[in-house]
Design a protein. Sequence first.
Length: 307
Amino acid sequence: MKQVEIIVLSGFLGAGKTTLLQRLLEHEKEQGRKIGVVMNEMGNVSIDSDAVPNDTPLQELLNGCVCCTLSDKLEIKLAGLVQDHDLDAIYIETTGIAHPVDVLHASLSPMLANRLNIKSVITLLDSVTWQKRDTLNVQMRQLISEQVKHADLVLLNKIDSVSADDKQAIEAEIRALNPDGNIVPTTFARVDPTELTAARKKVTRDHIKLHAADQLHIKTFVYTFSKPIDEEQFESFLRDMPDSIYRIKGYLRFQEGKTLLFQYSYGMPVYQPADLKYTNTLVFIGDQLDHDALHHAMRELEQQKQA
Ligand SMILES: Nc1nc2c(ncn2[C@@H]2O[C@H](COP(=O)(O)OP(=O)(O)OP(=O)(O)O)[C@@H](O)[C@H]2O)c(=O)[nH]1
């Protein structure tokens, strides 16, 4: 089944996300690729939607952030785009306050997980905001650092507004936060799109070869159980799993019990009764996920004798 690429455009308020999106959409059109866009804005009026050409399927999420209040709506918008259009990729332009891991968590519906291919997280960093980050409150400072840390590609934007020495210093700071990501200094997000595509292709190739091992920062892993599992053994897996697993969500069934919606975030597992008997698929999101180890752990859960 054809998979649709997901590219997340992250970055603080005014960093240049829409400017980049416009460039990327032009390039994708030249390449003959069919693209959908999800735009999320905190306000109740869409300001940036004019940036998206009329022939590009667009879904807007207004009045909240997909990382929190609108998280369940993102899945629905993505499902609509995937089902109604034969797309090659979907760009998600997040609000400035979104954490990339939360956005991926909200994107990955267990039912859509096999149709979506998380391609990359691109973070736009406003060089001036970065320089003045000490004037922001602690949470915002931390958020900008997290947006940088989890990016596959950081566009160090607005370098026209800083000196050459400052640019070098900022690059070194970014590199320290994100040693494996690509860092590209830009003005008006002017990046050679083929460079982005080339970077993405490299990611894809290694992604396959290494079983998604070391290229993409935030990785996902999807597993579908063929039968119910044991609750205690699952809880024991959760207790022992590595900290690099940030989020899990999906559907589960314990022994002969009913199907449950399971969500794990910030170290907290939450189970809720599911309204339907969904396929028991779990989606994991984390850094440097070891696919083989996870696959093995899930197989063990499936094969263990039920109490
Ligand atoms: N000087 C300068 N201005 C820039 C650059 N890139 C973007 N801008 C301007 O910065 C402003 C914000 O750019 P956007 O692309 O709308 O940023 P955004 O991240 O989408 O903004 P929000 O959606 O409000 O979070 C616009 O006025 C851009 O023209 C740059 O490299 N240098």
